[in-house]
Every structure is written in C-alpha cells, then in structure tokens.
Design a protein around this ligand. Structure first.
Ligand code: SF4
Length: 232
C-alpha cells in the first residue's frame, strides 16, 4: 500500500542524523513556514521538481534491512503530510528505528506519529512569543510550543536545536529562550551558528560569520544535561 508521502530527496547513508546509528534520511516535501535562513528552500513548495516514488523508497529500504539502524524523516516539514503517519508505521514495521526532524507546526499530527518514533530533533526558531519574526507566520509560536510540550511529555529521546543569527535574535533573547526550554524539561539542546550555505536571504548572508563567545556557551551548557555547539 502506498501512503502517498511526497518526498523531494533521500540521503541513503548518514552517520550524523540519527544518534549512535547508521541511517537513511528521507526529505519530505512542503513546509508552511518561511524562515529567512532556510537551507532547504527547494523543499518548501508542497510539490517539488524532483519526486521520489514511495514504492522505490520502500524497495531501497528492504535491501537495507540489517545494514541500517534507522530511518529519519526530515524536510521541509514531515508533519505537514497526513501520509507521514502511515509511512512511519510502514517503515517501523520493517524493523528500523525511526527519527523525525520537525519544527512543530502541526501538533495534532505530531501526536499521531509520536508513538512510532524513537528519536525527535526539534527546531526551535525563537522565543515562542517571537516566532512570526523568523517564520513569517502569525501564531506559529503557539503551534511550536504545543509540539514541544507533546514531545517532552512523550518521554521520547530528543534534541532541541536552535539556529542563531544575531540579526534575527539578540544574545539576550537567546539566553531567555534557553532558560524557557530548560524550564520545560529539555535535556539536550544544540546551538547551531547560522550557515550561509543554501540560504536565499542576501542580508543574512552578507553579515560577518556568526561567532558565539565562550562565556555564552558556558552559560548555556550549564542549563542542560547535554549541550552541543555546532559552529558555522
Ligand atoms: S521550518 Fe525548516 S524547512 Fe520550513 S522554512 Fe523554516 S527552516 Fe525551512
């Protein structure tokens, strides 16, 4: 049975997208938000120029049983498509562990798919009251906050991650965001410095490379059981 999931691409093997395991990453097409620093703008339209047939993806995964540990649904925004729920069940039924990258715009669908997941990487764009400045969509912060709560309540292993550019979020707001996440019960937080690669915003790209000082990193590290910094 085809769940009709629209996929714009696949990475057949990665060592970095699922914690502690070899994984394939499936890039879902479509995203309701418009973040200025998006590096996957080709995946934002609901239908892309390149489309992978679900049947071909399943055939590929069948050949990887016993060779790959996990499959990660990424995007775009995987939870945009209702078909993600059936697709997740199907892939998990093949014996793979399952990961999801999400920014949390669809908490109801996230709730449906969470029982199938072993790990979630959740993007947090800004303080929940400030989301629209980054995503361009009013009300996006409330959706992300609801999704974050669902994920934390589920007890599923997680990484919350924020991409930081000082033009989009001041250092003080970044500190406040980290405090909010720690207060919600986030255990692992990753701070990613903005990278120009793939970003279509000329203004952000023209700014000097983002650097985060040691004092700030030490402060953030103290707030979480696990903290990771990914420089530009
Ligand atoms: S939520 Fe992710 S995929 Fe969607 S626009 Fe923002 S960065 Fe791009």
């Amino acid at each position: 049975m085809s769940p009709g999931l629209r996929l714009g691409g696949m990475v057949p093997l990665t060592t970095t997208d699922y914690p502690g395991g070899l994984a394939a990453v499936l890039f879902c097409q479509g995203c309701p938000w418009r973040c200025a620093y998006c590096q996957n703008t080709h995946l934002i339209p609901p239908k892309g120029e390149r489309e992978l047939a679900w049947s071909d993806v399943l055939a590929f995964l069948r050949r990887r049983i016993g060779l790959l540990d996990a499959v990660v649904f990424s995007g775009g925004e995987p939870s945009l498509q209702q078909a993600i729920v059936a697709a997740a069940r199907q892939v998990r039924g093949m014996g793979f562990k399952l990961g999801l990258h999400t920014a949390g715009p669809y908490p109801e669908r996230l709730a449906e798919v969470l029982p199938e997941l072993d790990w979630v990487g959740m993007d947090v764009k800004a303080g929940f009251a400030d989301y629209a400045a980054t995503t361009g969509v009013p009300g996006s912060g409330a959706k992300a906050q609801a999704s974050a709560r669902l994920l934390l309540e589920s007890g599923i292993a997680h990484e919350f991650r924020t991409t930081w550019h000082p033009a989009l979020m001041s250092a003080e707001r970044l500190r406040a965001l980290a405090r909010t996440l720690a207060g919600m019960g986030v255990r692992r937080f990753a701070l990613q410095a903005f990278r120009a690669t793939g970003c279509a915003d000329a203004g952000l790209n023209a700014a000097p490379a983002v650097r985060i000082d040691e004092e700030m990193l030490a402060e953030l590290a103290q707030m979480f059981a696990e903290f990771v910094y990914r420089p530009a």
